[in-house]
Ligand binder design. Sequence first.
Ligand SMILES: C[S@@+](CC[C@H](N)C(=O)[O-])C[C@H]1O[C@@H](n2cnc3c(N)ncnc32)[C@H](O)[C@@H]1O
Length: 274
Amino acid sequence: MSTLLSPARAGTPVTGRAGEAIAALGDRARICDLYDADGSPVYHDICGTTGHEVREILDAAAPFEGPVLDLAAGSGRLTFPLLAAGRTVTALELSADMLGLLRDRIALAPAAVRERCDTVEADMSDFDLGRRYPLVLLGTTTISLLGEEDRPGLYRCVREHLAPGGRFLLTTVHVDPAADGTGESEIPVTGLSGRGYVMYEQWSPGAETRTVTVLPADTSGEGPVTVCTTTIGVLPADRLIAELEAAGFAIRSVTPVDSGGGRHHDVLLEAEAL
Ligand SMILES: C[S@@+](CC[C@H](N)C(=O)[O-])C[C@H]1O[C@@H](n2cnc3c(N)ncnc32)[C@H](O)[C@@H]1O
């Protein structure tokens, strides 16, 4: 059973410039996980509707008609484009808070869209929906949130939910061994709401985890400041492919995802259960 608690939330201090920014806040800092009750609205504000990897996923999904199982659906960043493309979608998500945001968004959609979406609160490494799908999706490099001990459960569950000839589409990081390892980037971001944030990403090429920390751009004043953080495993494509093959999948395609110039590049894998 996996957990939403990242090491950062569980007590590991955030280091680097992110750590300095947190230290400067003193006891005003309220540290939370990026996907919990306090973090979910921030995640949705910053990432919840971005177009990253959407085109690649819709293109890869098109030949496999029928319902889609969207694993770790979050607030629906990939669910909604699939619904807009006319697909029927089951959105599965572990965080009740993220799922609440998704359900709120679904409730606002027209009836013709609402009736093509159902939601399930469940762990992607241990679920049983009692049905099969031509397409199972795990986007946003979210497989890296699962530890090594939980990934076999994911592979088993996906196999049990894939229709014959169906596809498991998933994205992961493509680690470029030549990338320079400056360790930490600091990116100003404006959320959907217009609020400004600073997102710190700490990752050195070769390291097994990266940590993302988000603070408001304006921390002046005296009140508490919500600081969201998550530590994510880095699961390079070649290792993931080897794991999938050992779990009985054949890799049918590997497609680069346009990363918009970020420090690491993602790839979309198309896997078929043998
Ligand atoms: C990077 S977000 C991606 C959300 C969404 N797919 C998107 O593209 O915005 C990762 C999501 O995985 C969820 N998650 C983490 N561990 C999970 C698990 N074991 N089972 C299901 N969902 C999980 C988190 O709550 C979070 O919503």
